[in-house]
Design a protein around this ligand. Structure first.
Ligand code: ATP
Ligand code: MG
Length: 365
């Protein structure tokens, strides 16, 4: 699957442009503030129904215009061409059309095209707290498994209720007997989540290690390890009983603190390069490459899941990568359609991109 063309009207700093894309590599070059990210964002909104930068649709409409309109043409692997279009009207209401037909719910849009975006904020995945890594895991796994998605929702509900009870136990110790019911439910969902995460992170480890080795000319070994309080990860039963054991063990502390201290809501991933933690000791380029390798793993994961390669949008990834990593990255992307923004292309003008499309953007043109 690839995007053949895009028409952008009154979107952000664009007035009216139409562009054709190459089925593989597209490089968007321009100085700062010319509209590179805006263009990627227009593609992204077409696939996800919302922006990655704002939740306010009104911000997507050109300051001087009453409405915005974006239309992309997608060519499927089976040769079929489809269109996805969205409009944001004067009242900031957004509507989507697939092949010219209005859709009523955004969920109908999801999965029509699969897009992976990498943008500077994704460094959070490496640099920031475990919350970011759990978000990544949850998003990926929800993509693959609806059951996982509903298990997470259920787990969070039970967790909230258990935490409520913990807060009341200080004043009403006789309620303590009821905690077992919550422990049982929490451990049930928790065990399912942990089991799924274990398999996912094992797979992710293999795929991202391979990608990372490719991008670093085999110099760096990326390793991803699942960090969870559960020690017996063999199967659902061992995980569940371990969780119940820990919930019981920590009960006095949990009552004092008013929250549940163990469970998958505290999980993390340890990401290391050549045996050294990348969060604490990685250089900027290494951190960026590692974040990229994790993101690029999504390509294989989605391909295995839906049978088609997703489209890759890379915003500003080149800036901290040296020339060899840039070339290796582009080589890694040979099977997919990639749209890459950069301010500077001089390093890249060689055999690797001779065949690709270069789009120069200046002030929305
Ligand atoms: P950089 O290299 O700094 O990332 P960029 O080319 O990616 O730059 P964009 O983020 O695409 O730049 O933004 C380009 C310009 O679009 C900004 O200067 C911004 O002021 C302008 N812009 C954003 N929203 C709107 C809007 N709704 N209407 C008009 N212009 C807008
Ligand atoms: Mg930008």
């Amino acid at each position: 699957m690839y995007i053949k063309s895009i028409m952008v009207k009154n979107y952000r700093n664009y007035e009216n442009i139409k562009l054709n894309f190459d089925k593989n590599l597209n490089i968007i070059i321009g100085d700062n503030a010319q509209g590179k990210t805006n263009l990627l964002e227009a593609v992204y909104v077409s696939g996800f129904g919302k922006s990655f930068r704002t939740s306010k649709d009104s911000e997507l409409v050109n300051f001087d215009k009453p409405f915005a309109n974006v239309k992309i043409e997608v060519q499927r692997d089976n040769g079929r061409v489809e269109t996805i279009e969205f409009r944001i009207n004067e009242k900031s209401k957004k509507e989507f059309l697939i092949n010219g037909v209005n859709i009523t719910r955004i969920s109908e849009l999801l999965g029509t095209i699969n897009i992976i975006l990498f943008y500077p904020d994704d460094l959070k995945l490496i640099k920031e707290s475990p919350v970011e890594r759990r978000k990544f895991i949850n998003r990926e796994l929800s993509h693959i498994s609806h059951i996982y998605c509903s298990d997470i929702i259920e787990y969070n509900k039970i967790l909230m209720q258990r935490n409520e009870l913990l807060k009341r136990l200080i004043y009403k110790p006789d309620l303590k007997e009821t905690i077992d019911i919550w422990n049982e439910q929490l451990a049930d969902k928790g065990a399912k989540i942990i089991l799924r995460r274990k398999k996912f992170i094992d797979d992710l480890n293999v795929i991202s290690n391979k990608i990372h080795a490719g991008v670093t000319d085999q110099k760096e070994q990326l390793n991803i390890q699942y960090i969870t309080a559960v020690k017996k990860l063999e199967n659902y039963d061992t995980i569940k009983s371990d969780l119940i054991l820990m919930l019981n063990k920590n009960i006095e502390m949990d009552i004092k603190r008013g929250f549940t201290s163990v469970g998958p809501h505290r999980d993390d991933m340890e990401i290391s390069i050549n045996g050294i933690s990348i969060k604490s000791f990685g250089s900027q380029g290494q951190q960026r490459t590692a974040a990229l390798s994790l993101k690029l793993s999504e390509i294989e994961i989605i391909k295995n899941d839906v049978g088609e390669y997703p489209i890759l949008l890379l915003d500003d990834v080149m800036s901290e990568l040296d020339i060899n990593r840039q070339k290796d990255l582009i080589y890694t992307l040979k099977n997919v359609q990639a749209i890459i923004t950069t301010t500077d292309v001089k390093n890249l003008l060689d055999d690797y991109i001779n065949a690709s499309k270069i789009i120069k953007i200046k002030n929305g043109n």
